[in-house]
Design a protein around this ligand. Structure first.
Ligand code: JHZ
Length: 411
């Protein structure tokens, strides 16, 4: 049969190599209201490709961002750990880059103002940009001016003409969400003051591979980045990545620092060391990626074995959390209410809805105390410490936690 190939969204190379085939799946954040339970859902191939030229891992764009992000289920302020993380970041950036009341901090994908609130408290002028109107409303309540649009080159040009350019331009967990990566990065170049600094955080592809985080692959994450690839993309737009940190958030992320190449930044040793580490781990070798698909299938069989065993012993299992990544895992493994009676989530927006595909109901966290299950499967494994602290009381009735990624653990 004749094969049809997509082209790499960054370099245009035909995408002949597969990274992960997770079957067919609905959009990860398309939670279902009760009145739609008897309606059909749209499923899309969840098939990640690797570009053999620039090593960008990517999914096809099945739905435009407008259909995913305008009414969004994810509110960044739900996690105390995450708030602590960005508060510390604010302190560090303010002193490292000498920010003050004359500076401008712009955040792309500013969500509910979880981060900008800390700069604002310091009297540093801020501007948020986020297309999700329901989420941005929360930021506005905190007094954070938010432009409810997608960031792109055109918006950057418009803001620059209005005299709005950034001394510090932030983008956390947004890079993966951008289908038009070339337009986006050239917009960042445009809106940055001559001596301005960009910082971006994003999950590290190396960690995804090493720690089996296949569930972080879902349609709203159009691309997955190694440091080598990100550096290459930035260079193409005359932006120099001069520093990088490996940070533990979302299972292992990178925080990169970049500025205009015209300013002649010299890369700090962290940059050199991480490039070396990625090369040693085979990030620039197509074979590294080709092995991942097999690893996923093995994981699926192990997960199902555990759950089948527990159900055959008559155990009651429920979920904790309704993260986007949980929906990849549950749909790929075929885990529905036959295994998990329900799940819970602290986000009020998600309570009372059903998970896409599996149609597992999402309740308030109190439901666990009321029903006393034998096992609680923590779907957002990246927040496990915080969740175990909150839910430690399940031990009272002999309840146990289950974690599936990076390794199966029952404790
Ligand atoms: P969490 C997110 O993915 C969203 P998700 C996004 N798509 C992205 O890019 C990646 O991160 C990087 C709940 N919870 O963070 C809240 C509790 O109920 O793993 C959330 O619904 N109790 C932008 O959605 C979910 O879990 C708690 O104590 O996979 C966590 O979602 C805590 C801590 C969380 O991200």
């Amino acid at each position: 049969m004749k094969k049809y190939y997509l082209n790499c969204r960054f370099c245009g190379n035909p995408l002949t190599e597969q990274f992960a085939d997770l079957g067919m799946c609905p959009l990860a954040n398309s939670f279902i209201p009760p009145q739609n339970l008897y309606k059909s859902e749209t499923y899309y191939p969840l098939n990640a490709h690797i570009c053999s030229n620039c090593f960008l891992v990517q999914l096809d764009k099945f739905e435009p961002p407008e259909n995913i992000f305008i009414d969004y289920a994810y509110f960044s302020s739900f996690s105390d750990e995450w708030l602590k993380h960005v508060q510390e970041y604010t302190e560090m950036m303010t002193s490292r880059f000498h920010l003050n009341s004359e500076s401008v901090v712009i955040e792309i994908a500013s969500n509910d103002g979880y981060l900008l609130q800390y700069f604002q408290e310091k009297g540093i002028p801020v501007l948020g940009i986020d297309p999700a109107k329901n989420v941005a409303r929360e930021a506005e309540k905190k007094g954070i001016t938010t432009i409810t649009k997608f960031f792109c080159k055109e918006l950057a040009e418009q803001l620059t003409e209005e005299g709005k350019q950034a001394d510090l331009l932030i983008g956390n967990n947004v890079l993966a969400h951008i289908p038009e990566i070339n337009d986006f990065i050239s917009g960042m170049k445009k809106i940055l003051k001559p001596r301005g600094i960009i910082t971006m955080e994003f999950p590290h592809l190396l960690k995804l591979i090493q720690e089996n985080q296949f569930d972080t692959i879902y349609h709203e994450h159009f691309s997955y980045f190694s440091f080598i690839t990100v550096q290459h993309i930035f260079k193409e737009y005359n932006l120099t990545v001069f520093d990088v940190e490996e940070i533990p958030t979302h299972g292992g992320s990178l925080r990169i620092y970049a500025g205009h190449s015209e300013m002649e930044y010299t890369a700090n040793p962290n940059v050199i060391n991480l490039l070396k580490k990625e090369k040693e781990m085979g990030i620039d070798n197509i074979k590294t990626y080709q092995l991942f698909n097999e690893q996923i299938k093995i994981t699926k069989r192990k997960i199902l074995k555990l759950l089948i065993n527990l159900k055959e012993q008559g155990k009651k299992i429920v979920g904790y959390g309704a993260p986007a990544k949980g929906n990849t895992l549950l749909n790929y493994c075929g885990i529905g209410t036959d295994f998990l009676d329900y799940t819970v989530d602290i986000t009020p927006y998600k309570q009372g809805l059903y998970l896409p595909g599996t149609r597992i109901p999402v309740f308030h966290t109190e439901k666990i105390n009321e029903t006393r299950p034998d096992y609680v499967l923590i779907l957002p494994w990246n927040h496990k410490d915080e969740i175990i602290k909150r839910m430690g009381y399940i031990r009272k009735w002999g309840g146990k936690f289950i974690i599936l990624i990076p390794e199966i653990e029952v404790f």
